[in-house]
Design a protein around this ligand. Structure first.
Ligand code: XIL
Length: 384
């Protein structure tokens, strides 16, 4: 029965992908033979079980990976949380043609692929981190413009505020009504801080129209429409850099006082040298000063161009050091509730194109074989 349902879901998704319903990834696989889903739902003994006392363990994926039986088996064994790498971003949900010419002036959303994702997550027993609602990137420019036309001027604050509310309401309500409990957290606002201190001002329709006000606005609407137990996060990269760390701390503290936020997502795109374990620890300590705040490491990867035995051993050692610290911090009272890896296998990582060189940042190699880092994380999990 379960198997039948999964195969049907897999086929719908294969069709969606073929029709271009998926967001881009750095390396998309050619469509495989007829996808067959496995019944090995949540086999024990993986990372998710090893870290059960510490935090949930997640992975960023694309739906086509859930329709490949080998990958699904790994995902189910090791992970109990998933994030869609691209498919739940505004550019893949907002419907330009549907939004144009509506008498209420509000945007329309595309729900077919969203529904497939929610169904797949539910059928396979995964909880889903929603990524992401309000972001300067991967949000179409036309969304901010009069009549939803990219060549027009920006709309005014009041209109944009209504569009924002409508978008957040529609997405949250769709997820919650169709598949209650599946999406357990949302990255409500992503990357609103600038790199050199202050708020991000460049390349953001949100900032252009509202200034920094858009941050609190987004959380206000998300809180208004989110089910009670759905957690709301602010998510950013380089959150351990002093200026960004302090901006995040100040902004989230204010939101927390108003009960508009539940957690901080530290993206965690690391490389072999930076950041230091201390940098990360200091940021976690700082964020933990905000009473009741959850911390999740939402997009972990470690850029590494050396896949020789030595290179992979060095990577395993660095991952081990960081995870030992995370586990200790969690035991000492930092409320780290999830760690999520930004990809499953080294052949599907955004880093190779982002960095312009082949990267081997993840836990599994291109053949789905566990790399040395996998065992080093198991050792951390099992250590007292
Ligand atoms: C990346 C995806 O991995 C790529 O496939 C896409 O082309 C661009 O976005 N911070 C985030 C993620 O919050 O959404 C980004 O994901 C990586 C950086």
């Amino acid at each position: 029965m379960i198997r039948k349902k999964l195969v049907a879901g897999a086929l719908i998704l294969a069709m969606t992908v073929a029709l271009g319903g998926c967001g881009g990834t750095t390396k998309k696989e050619d469509s495989k033979d007829t996808p067959v889903a496995t019944e090995a739902n949540g086999a024990a003994g993986g990372l998710k079980d090893a870290f059960a006392d510490d935090f949930t363990v997640g992975v960023a994926i694309n739906t086509y990976q859930l329709t490949d039986s080998d990958k699904l088996e790994i995902i189910q064994k090791d992970f109990n949380s998933i994030t869609m790498e691209n498919e739940m971003k505004p550019e893949n949900i907002l419907d330009q043609a549907g939004s144009e010419g509506q008498s209420d002036g509000m945007p329309r959303i595309k729900t077919d692929n969203l529904e497939s994702i929610l169904k797949l997550a539910k059928d396979n027993g995964f909880k889903l981190r929603g990524h992401t609602l309000v972001w300067h990137s991967q949000t179409p420019d036309w969304f901010f413009r009069k009549d939803y036309e990219a060549s027009n001027d920006y709309v005014d604050k009041d209109t944009m505020s209504k569009r924002m509310e409508s978008y957040i309401k529609q997405v949250l309500t769709f997820c919650q009504e169709k598949y209650p409990g599946v999406v357990y957290a949302w990255d409500v606002v992503n990357e609103a801080m600038g790199d050199g201190g202050g708020f991000r001002t460049e390349g953001s329709g949100w900032y252009d129209i509202f200034g920094e006000e858009f941050i609190e606005k987004a959380f206000t609407y998300a809180r208004k429409y989110a089910d009670k137990d759905v957690k709301l996060f602010y998510n950013d990269y380089n959150s351990y850099e002093a200026s960004k760390r302090n901006m995040i701390f100040a902004t989230v503290s204010k939101l927390k006082e108003k009960n508009l936020i539940d957690g901080i997502g530290m993206q965690s795109h690391w490389d072999m040298e930076y950041p230091s374990v201390d940098n990360i620890e200091t940021a976690i300590e700082k964020f933990s000063e905000i009473k009741g705040i959850e911390i999740q490491l939402t997009e972990i990867d470690m850029h590494n161009t050396d896949d020789s035995d030595e290179g992979l051993k060095a990577q395993a050692a660095r991952y081990k050091e960081i995870f030992t610290m995370l586990k200790n911090m969690d035991k000492k009272g930092a409320n780290i509730t999830n760690v999520t890896f930004w990809g499953l296998q080294d052949d599907v990582t955004w880093l190779s194109s982002f960095k312009g060189e082949e990267s081997f940042p993840l836990l599994f190699d291109a053949d789905g074989k566990a790399k040395p880092v996998y065992n080093s994380l198991m050792e951390v999990a099992k250590a007292k």
